[in-house]
Write a protein that binds this ligand. Structure first.
Ligand code: EPU
Length: 344
């Protein structure tokens, strides 16, 4: 690896430590971004200004299938602070390069609960709005206030509110129209007061029943969520993965009835608009994939929705496995599973 001291441009950088699946890929050029001004400096650079760019956060939602000829912008903007406090909410701001879980833990330590259901989600703060992360009955959009982005054409910092981000289930404008067009540098969260627990998810109801604690405080919900996740999701520090590999598919009532008629046990949840969400993990499990291995990639033993690196996997093996799963779920249930992480 060589370094250009003026601009801190690293060349020939292995991205293996920077993606949680642990896939091998090399960035031709990589720049660490710690401020909005750093983005503008890149845009003003005579050679790099117009180069194609790829924005890398915590690498927890990306499958790298090739080396990166693009200029990789590794987002390392830091900072955690309270920016406002009103009778009905505390507003906190976090740099895009902060660890998501550290933010959740820090807000609890400060006495500002509200993010605890999303504890232990891997990745960075800046990546969280891109896929509108969610877990245990809560989504990022439920606690979102605003975010700052730097436009990769104009270099301007723009503040965006929730409606402009177009959040939906594991999706936002940053995965679509704004993909590759802007860099998220800071995100602000609204933590409502008084705190109200969110306990509707089945796994949390189970904990309440088991412990007899029907009025858990925020710290207890945090501990429960951490324990539930540790029991069924692999720790990316130990086993490479990107969390859920497919979205839970949404089907019409007719499709849902049809599948129930054939498989009465299919896990399904009614949605407000009359459609149904099916548990993709259940569908994949029903096709016999749990614990299977193809090449060096596999399906996690405790949760079929999670693909894992068995050691030494390459991106194309993950793609092959994902395709095989999609084909078998389509063959048996007539449902096309949509891949959740960004494939590069
Ligand atoms: N199931 C099976 N077999 C499996 C996996 C799941 O039968 O191998 C069944 C479970 O028994 C359960 C149902 O499927 O009845 C749903 O499973 P679970 O509660 O584990 O949730 P999920 O739908 O698999 C979603 C999110 C997770 C999030 C959990 C908890 C998506 C794509 N995934 O998983 O998010 O942590 O709910 O809220 O929506 C992520 O996005 O990376 C992620 C981990």
């Amino acid at each position: 690896m060589s370094k250009n001291s003026a601009m801190q441009i690293d060349t020939g950088v292995s991205l293996k430590p920077y993606n949680t699946f642990g896939l091998p890929a090399v960035a031709g050029q990589l720049v660490r971004i710690v401020s909005d001004a750093d983005v503008r400096a890149i845009l003003d650079h005579p050679q790099l200004g117009r180069a194609p760019k790829f924005v890398l956060g915590g690498g927890s939602n990306v499958i790298l299938t090739r080396d990166m000829p693009e200029l990789v912008l590794k987002i390392e903007v830091k900072g955690l602070q309270k920016v406002a406090e009103t009778a009905d909410a505390v507003i906190v701001e976090a740099g895009a390069g902060e660890s998501w879980h550290d933010l959740v833990a820090w807000t609890l330590d400060q006495g500002w609960p509200g993010l605890e259901n999303m504890a232990l989600i891997p990745g960075t703060v800046g990546a969280a709005p891109v896929q509108n992360i969610g877990a245990y009955g809560m989504e990022l959009q439920d606690r979102f206030e605003s975010l700052d982005t730097v436009d990769l054409v104009t270099g301007r910092t723009v503040t965006m509110r929730a409606d402009q981000c177009q959040f939906s289930y594991r999706d936002s404008v940053f995965k679509r129209e704004l993909a590759g067009r802007s860099v998220i540098t800071r995100v602000r969260f609204r933590l409502p007061r008084p705190w109200q627990p969110v306990l509707g998810y089945l796994d949390l109801e189970r904990r309440m029943a088991e412990t007899g604690n029907r009025q858990p405080d925020a710290r207890t919900v945090f501990d429960w969520v951490c324990a539930i996740r540790r029991a069924k999701l692999p720790d990316p520090a130990l086993i490479g993965n990107v969390g859920s590999f497919f979205k839970n598919p949404i089907v019409t009532p007719e499709q849902c009835r049809d599948i129930i008629a054939r498989d009465p046990h299919v896990v399904h949840y009614p949605l407000d608009d009359g459609s149904f969400k099916l548990a993709a993990g259940w569908l994949i499990d029903a096709c016999g994939w749990k614990g299977k291995t193809v090449g060096h990639a596999g399906v996690y033993e405790k949760q079929a929705l999670v693909l894992v690196n068995r050691g030494g996997a390459i991106g194309s093996e993950v793609q092959t496995l994902a395709l095989a799963i999609q084909e078998s779920v389509y063959g048996r249930f007539g449902i096309r599973l949509e891949i959740e992480p960004v494939m590069v």
